[in-house]
Design a protein around this ligand. Structure first.
Ligand code: PBG
Length: 323
């Protein structure tokens, strides 16, 4: 009596395992989130994101050059806005000389071929820490879309290659696409956070940007994590409205959604492995409870296996150093 088939034969040694391996990570898979602050010579660690930093513009230049030398060719910019510049309307978000606009130019100056994507949402600019304009404790949709549209054009003007609306307002992709076309930015892409869930995994990010909501939560615009069909509907709508790349966020808890969307759509699918996912691995590894590198590679590979064409991750640098 022999086993009908010896599946273990293809696992005998690393050579054969690598020969039949289906999913291979490469530096081309990664999009690197970067946090930017005002000031000079600042590289400050984010307490809830060990070994991840906010950079002032001068050190941001150094950082993107380093990324480029590692083969990392795309960044996603976020800015930490000083309190005194926050309001309810996102006025600073459309300042042509705002931190984001200057950051885009600095990255392009330091590394002209680096693909620059920018976060488009009001939360870092909002006194309320919400992604949109607030009135009577409600997040206004259409008024917010107007600001996000201006903000996107302003990023394109500064030189962004892609804008990445992360706000989950309805109709923003169409409005942004039309404005970019009208203004002649026909090659500025849109990476839409199309299936973005109201998640508790964003905590450390909100520390990084000091952008936690001052009241309530984001459940009236971000999706209910119990829902699946809604993710497909949201994603298809964003594609119809003009999104070039769609995104599922967070990552690990949502890989069922990633696979489903990947099977459903014909544009590239990005996955954002978010701050809380990063923090969990770092914390467990610091205590010696998990093997950092092994867990990191397993998670990133799983995200790609699930169907991600692009992975936005705080582990990008750690990962490419191991590849
Ligand atoms: C802003 C934005 C958030 C993240 C990306 N863009 C926070 C939020 O929606 O509250 C989260 C990223 C992360 O946790 O790493 N709208």
């Amino acid at each position: 009596m022999y086993p009908l088939r010896r599946n273990r034969r293809l696992r005998t040694n690393e050579a054969v395992r690598s020969l039949v391996r289906e999913t291979i990570l490469s530096p081309n898979d990664f999009l690197v989130p970067l946090f930017v602050v005002e000031g000079k010579n600042i590289k400050e660690e984010i307490p809830s994101m060990p070994n991840y930093f906010r950079y002032s513009l001068d050190l941001l230049e150094k950082e993107v050059k380093e990324l480029w030398s590692l083969g990392l060719k795309s960044v996603l910019l976020f800015v930490k806005v000083p309190d005194k510049l926050k309001d309810n309307k996102g006025k600073e978000a459309i300042n042509p000389d705002g931190l984001m606009q200057r950051a885009i130019k600095r990255v392009k100056h330091a590394c002209p071929e680096m693909l620059v994507m920018t976060d488009v949402a009001l939360d870092p600019y909002s006194t309320y820490g919400h992604d949109g304009i607030v009135e009577h404790d409600q997040i206004l949709n259409d008024e917010t879309v107007e600001v996000l549209t201006e903000m996107s054009v302003s990023h394109a003007k500064a030189g962004a290659n892609f804008v990445a609306p992360s706000d989950m307002m309805d109709g923003r992709i169409l409005s942004i696409r039309e404005a970019l076309e009208d203004e002649g930015y026909i090659n500025t892409g849109i990476m839409s956070y199309s299936a973005k869930y109201a998640s508790a995994f964003y905590g450390p990010f909100r520390d990084a940007l000091d952008s936690a909501p001052g009241f309530g939560d984001k459940k009236t615009y971000q999706m209910d994590y119990a829902n699946r069909f809604e993710a497909i509907a949201e994603t298809e709508m964003d594609i119809d409205e003009g999104a070039d790349i769609v995104m599922v966020k967070p990552g690990l808890c949502y890989l069922d959604i990633v696979r489903e969307i990947k099977n459903e759509v014909d544009v590239p699918v990005a996955v954002y492995q978010v701050s809380g996912e990063y923090a969990m691995v770092k914390a467990a590894a610091e205590r010696g409870w998990l093997d950092h590198d092994a867990v990191m590679m397993e998670q990133l590979t799983a995200i790609k296996r699930a169907g991600a064409n692009i992975i936005a991750t705080y582990f990008a640098q750690d990962a490419v150093r191991l590849l």
